[in-house]
Design a protein around this ligand. Structure first.
Ligand SMILES: *Cc1c(COP(=O)(O)O)cnc(C)c1O
Length: 241
């Protein structure tokens, strides 16, 4: 077990390297690094690591399972005074929507009308307006390893459904690049879908794309939020997020 100080130093070093990657990617794309929000993905890592990230200057943290997230949100609040915005980035069952609507600052993974309605009801019950992203699939139809998300053809209908929900705010799109393929054409396509969406929904300005392995390509294609776990915290021992 690593000592807290050693872990703090390790995270600081990882973060410095990651910021350099983001800065270089922004420079190559003639973009301002201030346009790109880093979300530290803390799934499968302890609350202590999440608190260390927040204290190191990463106030945006991402989780992909409600049970783990709900517990971590409370524990991190006990561990640090640093402010945290929690991003829900995983597949979400409708019966977990009410819980997520309580603590999430942004839900990235809305992929069907029933889930949008459940989040809307949860946000209403929590007396808040919940910003959400639509997760769009960049996989070929019938791909063996589907990364989730609505098909592009269904995007306008789901966007309209969310826009009509009283306690949701449609804030943009999220996607995961297809597994084992060049992320470049996928993110290019995503940028086109995002531009199309903004014709009818000008407030949908967030583009959540890019992870440890492909954040450069995502930034080249307009990502405003990158979701990075491994490059910050190390390898996860399991991954079903
Ligand atoms: C786990 C996860 C990430 C982080 O992936 P890394 O490769 O560890 O950076 C990003 N986005 C989603 C949706 C995830 O589930």
């Amino acid at each position: 077990m690593t000592s807290p100080d050693a872990r703090r130093a390790e995270i600081a070093a990882n973060l410095a390297r990651l910021r350099q990657r983001i800065d270089a990617a922004c420079q190559a794309a003639s973009r301002d690094p201030a346009e790109v929000t880093l979300i530290g993905v803390t799934k499968f890592f302890p609350a202590q690591d999440a608190a260390l990230l927040a204290e190191a200057g990463v106030p945006d943290l991402g989780e992909s399972r409600d049970q783990e997230a709900a517990a971590k949100v409370e524990e991190v609040a006990r561990l640090t005074d640093a402010a945290v915005t929690w991003h829900f980035i995983g597949r979400l069952q409708t019966n977990k929507a009410r819980s997520v609507a309580r603590y999430a600052g942004l839900v990235h993974s809305v992929d069907r009308p029933q889930l949008a309605s459940a989040l809307d009801a949860g946000a209403d019950r929590a007396a808040r307006v919940l910003p959400v992203l639509i997760q769009v699939s960049l996989d070929e139809p019938g791909a063996a390893d589907d990364r989730g998300g609505v098909r592009a053809e269904q995007l306008p209908e789901l966007a309209g459904h969310i826009a009509a929900a009283g306690s949701l705010r449609l804030a943009g799109l999220m996607a995961v690049a297809p597994l084992g393929a060049d992320p470049e054409p996928a993110f290019e396509r995503l940028a086109g879908l995002a531009a199309q969406l903004r014709v009818d929904h000008p407030g949908a300005t967030i583009l959540s794309a890019g992870m440890s392995g492909d954040l450069e390509a995502a930034i080249r294609h307009g990502a405003t939020h990158v979701r990075v776990g491994t490059a910050l915290l190390g390898r996860r021992t399991a991954n079903f997020g």
